[in-house]
Design a protein around this ligand. Sequence first.
Ligand SMILES: [Zn+2]
Length: 323
Amino acid sequence: MRRPAISILLLITLLLPLQAYTWGFFAHQRINRLAVFTLPPELFGFYKKHIRYITENAVNPDRRRYAVANEAARHYIDLDVYGDSALYKLPRYWQQALKKYGEDTLQANGIVPWHISLMKYQLTQAFKERNADRILRLSTELGHYVADACVPLHTTRNYNGQLTGQRGIHAFWETRLPELYSDSYDFFIGQPEYIAQPQLKAWQLVGSAHLALDSVLFFEKQLTQEFDEEKKYSYEIRSNQTTRVYSRAFSEAYSRKLNGQVERQMRLAIHTIASFWYTAWVDAGQPDLSTLGSPSAAELQRLEMEKQEYEHGAHKPREEGVQ
Ligand SMILES: [Zn+2]
């Protein structure tokens, strides 16, 4: 390649925006939305009426990571920091974990399974109080954290492949692949199930996501050896900006190697989210939702203010983009 071309390419690369959102905005919204359609009639009416809220706000916890210091830790858990037997030795209950490791260590390495449990408890309370604002908000955000717990790269300190020369793999797996292929995924998903032990369920999720981690990293590495650099990446215009992305050919090959893994994890997320909503409602005594109102003016205003805060947030969450 001649010199000017190299420097233009370099310039473009340096100017590229980071794709820094978990599961991508697209996937989080689709997952929350599809969860609504699996609900039994007693819940479906209320959730369907507010499906726009539940879909659009599915990404708020990610946006909040820029504005709120302790938000980031709720989205992941770096299991490997605790050693090979992390999944066996980490206490399932927050109080016991606190006693064993202390709050600083837990927060530093992520708390997603414990946070899911807290959200489930709060959602149950909101159903008991028949508080429409809180039911909507907590259902929406619980959906986000459950979906995050299904992502293999949310269970490791090598969350963006930065320790293995695979920087960018985070957004590749959870944003690029769903955007390219999720239209062809099978999203016919059965009715939710009652979760007898919500806390253990959250751990099951991170456990199964963690088991999938090896293949996420291994296949990308393997394919990188087969593809030339300029075949591995391409450039696409997104929101009027040139963005470096994994090429279609590379994405296709990776997706084939993963053999339905992204689809399976999305299906798992959808089914589990609906099951958590259903379980919270059952545990609250199955309140009648048909008489509940819509989000209050105060809640809509809170959302609007939060949105503005996100845009001026001072915090820098973990980087998950391609660069
Ligand atoms: Zn997230």
